[in-house]
Structure formats: C-alpha cells, structure tokens
Design a protein around this ligand. Structure first.
Ligand code: HEM
Length: 229
C-alpha cells in the first residue's frame, strides 16, 4: 500500500494515473454516446438498451462503483498535480510559458471541475430525478423496464435544459482535445514528427464526442427527434 501511495505521489505516478483513469473515462464517454445515439432510432431501441443494462444486475453496480472510483481518482490526481506544479513555480512565468500552451491546456483544471459540476447535475437530472421530477416520473414503465426515451425527450424539449447540455459539451470538447494529447505524450509520443497528427486526431475525436452529445440535445429541441408525451 505504501508502495502504491508513494507511486501515486510521485510525478510520474501521477501522470500515469491521469493517463490510465483518463483513458477509462474516455472509453465510458464513447460507450455512453453510442448507447444514447439510439435515441435517433426511436423509443424501442433505446428503451431496449436501457432494459438490457438494468438486467445486468450486480454487474452493473460493480461497473458503476468502478466508474465512480476512477472518476474520483482522476479528479483528485489532477488537482494534486496542478497544485504541485504551482508550488514548484510560485511565481508564474511572465509570458513565454503560456504563449506555447493552448487555451485548452491552460484550463484543464477549470474544465475538469466544470465537468464535475455537469456530471453531478446530470445524475441529479436523469439518475436520481431531483432536478426535473415530472420528466423523471415518465421513466417508470413497469415490468417492461424504463422509458428512457420519454424521460430524455421531454427534458430536451425545454430550451434551458437542452442549451445547458450543449454548453457543457463545449467544456467537454476543450477537456478531451487536450486530454487526448496529454495521454499520447505520456505514452511517449513526444517527437515533433507526431505533433501535428496527434493534435488533429485529438481535435477530431473530441469534436465527434462532444458534438454527438450536443446533437442529441439539440435534435430533440429542434424537433428532429420526436418528443414522446
Ligand atoms: C446528451 C448527452 C447525454 C444523454 C442523453 C445522457 C443520458 C443519460 C441517461 C439516460 C442516463 C441513465 C440514467 C438512469 O437511467 O439511471 C445517464 C447516466 C449517466 N451519464 Fe449520461 N447522458 C449524456 C451525456 C453524458 C456525458 C457527456 C457524461 C460524462 C461526461 C455522462 C455521464 C453519465 C454518468 C456517469 C451516468 C451514470 C451511469 C450509471 O450510473 O449507470 N453523460 N446518462
């Protein structure tokens, strides 16, 4: 345990922890988006998928607890590394440091903590039904499972909710576009030869994921996806 905690506290251990937890969270976000895109196929597809997930029983709970632990570790390590960086350089560079760094890279802690706010709001919205109990109530469908389609579409027909989700996707885009680059660097892709390719791939992946999420919310708002009353 002491070996593990001293590894975590070391600079390289922190970076490896960020990379491993980051890639697992990245995998979750892709899988979650692919599942949610079934909204475009109509109520049956997404409700069937939701029932399949719910039927995993104990396995689903293991995955949920694992996901939560990974998320907590990612946030805690990110905050620790950023503090350690600041402590190592109490007086910030006047200019040159930030000239090279993109806006996304300088705002990783801020975008990460904003995503934490989003996830808490998102769970209160769809998992616990606290923020919009009326729409959450539509989820109950009895033995057939959950009417996730009705819950999601009735929520996203409300402009404030759909636009809030879309706005958070800008933050997700910023966080992922730099996070994927950092991951590639931790793996050892430092060479200038790869820089352009890594930047392009990170940009495109981040755009696809954040754009896909925003598309879901905005498609309901604009009537492309039909709202189930
Ligand atoms: C428009 C985009 C999104 C839609 C429509 C959506 C929809 C949903 C729904 C319906 C649930 C399940 C609620 C339940 O039945 O318990 C859920 C859970 C969840 N979502 Fe999303 N989501 C979206 C984007 C995101 C994003 C971008 C993230 C992360 C950054 C995220 C993280 C989560 C997490 C962590 C859970 C809980 C998983 C679980 O406990 O099973 N979601 N989402």
């Amino acid at each position: 345990m002491t070996w593990l905690s001293s590894f975590w506290r070391s600079s390289i251990g922190g970076k490896v922890t960020m990379a491993v937890t980051g890639v697992l969270l990245f995998g979750f976000v892709i899988a979650h988006l692919l599942g949610n895109l079934q909204l475009f196929q109509g109520p049956e597809a997404i409700n069937h998928y939701a029932k399949w997930l719910a039927d995993r029983g104990a396995l689903l709970w293991v995955a949920r607890i694992g996901l939560l632990a990974i998320f907590v570790l990612h946030v805690a390590t990110g905050v620790r590394l950023s503090r350690a960086n600041k402590a190592a350089r109490p007086v910030a560079y006047q200019k040159p440091d930030t000239l090279q760094a993109s806006f996304a890279s300088r705002s990783m802690v801020l975008s990460g903590l904003s995503l934490l706010v989003f996830v808490v709001y998102h769970l209160l919205h769809f998992t616990f039904g606290v923020t919009n109990p009326d729409y959450y109530a539509k989820k109950a469908m009895g033995a057939e499972g959950h009417d996730v389609y009705a819950m999601v579409t009735s929520s996203f027909q409300v402009p404030a909710i759909a636009l809030a989700y879309a706005a958070f996707q800008v933050v997700l885009f910023l966080h992922l576009s730099h996070g994927i680059q950092s991951f590639a660097q931790t793996l050892g892709f430092h060479h200038a030869r790869y820089t352009k390719m890594i930047k392009t791939v990170s940009f495109l992946l981040a755009l696809l994921i954040a754009g896909g999420n925003a598309l879901l919310a905005l498609s309901v708002l604009t009537g492309i996806v039909e709202v189930k009353p």
